[in-house]
Design a binder for this molecule. Structure first.
Ligand SMILES: [Zn+2]
Length: 303
C-alpha cells in the first residue's frame, strides 16, 4: 500500500522543491538579469489549464515584482484561452464561470465591455457567417468584443511568455535592453479563414514545437508553441496558440534597434487590419504600445 502523505509532508515537499529550484535558478528570468529570484512563476498561468493539469517544466524564476506584475491579468488570459466556439472544449472542467466571476471582481467593467450591443452583434454575425439558432438573439451567438483589459492582459502575458520560453530554449536571460514586438489574433480568424492567418507567414521557419505533457497527458490542445531561435541566439520568433481561442506571435531581438529596423516590413507581411499593427512590448528605441501610424522606421539601405 502506498504511504499516505500528511499535509505537513506535502508542504514540506513544496518548500523543498521551491528552495532547490531557486538554488538552481538564482536570477529572475523576466527583468533582464538585474534581480535575484525569490518566487516560482508558472507561465502560462496555471488557471489557463483545465483540471489543474498544467505542463511539466513551465516553472520560471521570478523576483517578487515580476511575479506580481501579471497577477492582475492572469485570470483574463485564463478566461480568454478557454473560449472555444467550435468544439466547446474550453470548459470541460466546469471552471469557466468561476474564472469569469473572479476576473469580473478584478475588472468590474470587463464583462460589460465584452458584451456586444444588439446591432453590433447582428453586424458581426453577418460578417462571420454565424446564424443564431431558432429562439436565439444575435447576442446569443456569444461573439464578444476584444476589450482594453484583454489587450493589456495579452500584451503583458505575451512578453512574459516570450522571456520564459527564451530562457528555457536559449538557457540565458533575455536582456533588459532587448526588444519584443507582438501581434495577436482571436478565434474570429478561425471563423473567417479556418485558421490563424498570423502563423501562415512564419509557418516554414524552422523551430522547436515540443509536446507539452503532464503525467503522460498531452496538453497541446490547450497550449502549444513553436520557437525559432537564430544560431547566435540574438533573434527569435515565438508562435503560440491557445486552443481555438487565440494565437500570438512575438519577435524578439537581444540587440537594441535590430528588430525595430524591420518592423515595417514585418507589418507589411503580417499586419492585421482588425488588431492593428505590432505592439511594442519592450524597446529602448521605440515608445511602448501601439506604434503610431505613419512613423517611418525602415532603415535607408533596406530594399
Ligand atoms: Zn524580475
Amino acid at each position: 500500500m502506498a504511504p499516505t502523505l500528511r499535509q505537513g509532508d506535502r508542504l514540506g515537499a513544496a518548500t523543498r522543491h521551491r528552495q532547490a529550484f531557486l538554488r538552481n535558478h538564482k536570477t529572475c528570468a523576466f527583468c533582464g538579469g538585474g534581480a535575484p529570484s525569490s518566487t516560482i512563476e508558472h507561465c502560462p498561468p496555471r488557471a489557463l489549464f483545465q483540471h489543474r493539469q498544467w505542463p511539466e517544466g513551465f516553472e520560471f524564476p521570478a523576483c517578487q515584482a515580476c511575479n506580481n506584475g501579471s497577477s492582475n491579468h492572469d485570470l483574463v488570459i485564463a478566461m480568454l484561452a478557454r473560449m472555444d466556439p467550435f468544439e466547446n472544449k474550453g470548459d470541460l472542467d466546469g471552471a469557466a464561470v468561476g474564472l469569469m466571476k473572479a476576473a469580473h471582481r478584478q475588472h468590474p467593467e470587463l464583462l460589460q465591455n465584452m458584451m456586444m450591443r444588439a446591432n453590433q452583434a447582428r453586424r458581426a454575425n453577418r460578417e462571420l457567417g454565424l446564424r443564431p439558432r431558432p429562439g436565439q438573439t444575435h447576442q446569443d451567438t456569444l461573439l464578444a468584443n476584444v476589450t482594453d483589459e484583454m489587450r493589456k492582459a495579452v500584451e503583458v502575458f505575451a512578453g512574459k511568455l516570450a522571456k520564459a520560453i527564451y530562457y528555457m530554449h536559449a538557457d540565458t536571460i533575455f536582456p533588459a535592453d532587448g526588444s519584443l514586438v507582438m501581434c495577436w489574433c482571436t478565434n474570429t480568424d478561425l471563423l473567417r479563414h479556418g485558421k490563424f492567418q498570423l502563423f501562415e507567414v512564419v509557418k516554414d521557419v524552422p523551430g522547436e514545437a515540443p509536446h507539452l505533457i503532464r503525467s503522460g497527458k498531452f496538453l497541446n490542445d490547450q497550449f502549444e508553441y513553436k520557437f525559432s531561435l537564430s544560431d547566435e541566439q540574438h533573434l527569435f520568433a515565438l508562435q503560440a496558440r491557445f486552443g481555438n481561442a487565440f494565437g500570438l506571435i512575438v519577435f524578439g531581438a537581444t540587440t537594441p534597434g535590430l528588430l525595430e529596423q524591420h518592423i515595417r516590413r514585418l507589418e507589411c507581411t503580417i499586419a492585421r487590419e482588425d488588431e492593428g499593427p505590432f505592439r511594442i512590448l519592450q524597446s529602448t528605441v521605440l515608445p511602448l504600445g501601439l506604434r503610431p501610424v505613419g512613423m517611418h522606421l525602415e532603415s535607408d539601405n533596406s530594399p
